[in-house]
Design a protein around this ligand. Structure first.
Ligand code: SF4
Length: 438
């Protein structure tokens, strides 16, 4: 039984890493299975960004212990959590049945660690504390035929006070443009239509490595590659969003008119405590610049509620920015302290009810705005990249607009095909329509 199952927690960068791990296992002759019960190897690729992701992982790991007793499978754990010493110590002490353990800086060593475990019968653990150059040429067993993740850089130098990422993914380092362009050309030849460029802060691509090419330069080169329909990227830090990038987004026809620009808080005081290195005025001026240059831009954001010391006035500042910018959607989170970060040492003085009340208000306000933004598209024609049957109703197709709205539609366009859709109904978080035949 040469089968594997991978459980991925967290962000798209982790999804991309899991696709690389799947490729390594495929090259070793293993086949994917959807059911962990029938897996010879179970990989758990962890995330450490939020406390509940940690809890979820350890809950699942406990369950897998019993499954391992029944089936005899091997368990490999990897990802951001493994870059934290106290987590590795906890696994060694309380979960000694884990067979293979590695971190974010040495995923390419997975096949060797697995062979070591199989040959010796003993657990194989290896975590590198420093991230070197991003390994090239690993390849990926992609989850989707029509879209691909392409990691262009890793790590972060920003040390936002609440964030664990600089400690788990290390300092910023970028792949050389030649490797990225080669990979994207190969993906385009393989029929991939949408490229999602990944990095913790793509706006500072190449800076730490002293590259001549900037992120906007890279976008322009990717835009020239034949066969691609869409280019997306994640994530942008407001302090590094340049006029040059806005210009490249406006000029490159394949670069989607969607910007995910994390706000985190609308209060300049809280932004300073978060070490975000921009204030409310700067954030709003960026939004104005981008809306002026690209009027059809879709804007999404991340917001943290209940950061230590957040007063009622601070929260109102966040609400004001939300109402001023009118984001199309927002990923909202309640602050969760991460061990090892500066904010974990701040005085946490807010009661749960206050935080919950603020969180609810923010959700409701954003829902109304998202609904109103979507309602403006009623009876309009939009172009979508089809992604296959809708998850909520398999009789319909699903796809996304250039500005990142989900559209569920009646039609025949297959995953990877472009379709024109007439919008017939709008909801807060998606649109419905009918494919138009020309
Ligand atoms: S920019 Fe801030 S929030 Fe984003 S990964 Fe870096 S430290 Fe974390």
């Amino acid at each position: 039984m040469r089968t594997y199952h991978i459980i991925t927690y967290g962000c798209q960068m982790n999804e991309n890493d899991s696709e690389k791990l799947a490729k390594m296992l495929t090259d070793l002759g293993y086949e994917a299975t959807q059911d962990p019960r029938s897996a010879a190897i179970l990989v758990m690729n962890t995330c450490s960004v939020r406390e509940n992701a940690d809890d979820k992982f350890f809950g699942n790991l406990g369950y897998m212990k019993n499954l391992k007793k029944e089936t005899g499978m091997l368990i490999a754990v990897c990802g951001c959590m493994m870059q934290q010493e106290h987590i590795v110590a906890k696994i060694m002490k309380n979960y000694p049945f884990v067979d293979v353990l590695f971190g974010t800086h040495n995923i390419e060593e997975f096949p060797a660690l697995l062979s070591q475990r199989l040959a010796s019968g003993k657990a194989a653990y290896k975590v590198k504390t420093e991230g070197g150059a991003i390994a090239e040429g690993i390849g990926a067993k992609r989850r989707y035929a029509y879209k691909a993740y392409v990691t262009i850089m890793q790590g972060c130098n920003n040390f936002c006070s609440y964030c664990i990422v600089p400690y788990t993914r290390g300092r910023e380092r970028s792949r050389k443009a030649t490797g990225i362009l080669q990979e994207i050309k190969a993906l385009a030849d393989d029929g991939v239509k949408e490229m999602m460029l990944l990095g913790q802060n793509v706006n500072s691509y190449g800076i730490a490595d002293g590259f001549k090419e900037t992120f906007p330069d890279l976008l322009r080169q990717i835009n020239d590659i034949e066969g691609i329909k869409r280019i997306r990227f994640m994530t942008s830090h407001p302090k590094d969003l340049s006029a040059e990038l806005i210009e490249a987004m406006a000029e490159c026809d394949k670069v989607c008119k969607h910007l995910h620009l994390p706000l985190q808080s609308g209060s300049s005081r809280i932004l300073s405590l978060m070490n975000r290195r921009y204030d409310q005025a700067h954030y709003l001026s960026l939004i104005e610049q981008i809306k002026t240059r690209i009027p059809a831009i879709g804007l999404t954001t991340d917001i943290i509620v209940g950061f230590p010391g957040e007063s009622e006035e601070d929260f109102e500042e966040t609400m004001n920015v939300v109402k001023t910018v009118r984001f199309d959607s927002a990923y909202t989170f309640i602050f969760s302290p991460r061990k090892g970060t500066k904010a974990a040492r701040y005085v946490y003085d807010l009661d749960k009810d206050t935080i919950q009340r603020r969180f609810q208000r923010l959700l409701e306000t954003q829902k109304v705005i998202s609904g109103e933004n979507n309602a403006a598209l009623l009876n309009k024609e939009v172009e979508v990249l089809a992604e296959g049957p809708s998850k909520s109703d398999i009789t319909r197709q699903s796809g996304r607009t250039d500005d990142n709205r989900i559209v569920n539609f009646v039609g025949e366009a297959k995953a990877g095909e472009m379709a024109k859709v007439l919008i017939t109904h709008t909801k807060s978080f998606y649109l419905e329509g009918v494919e138009k035949k020309h």
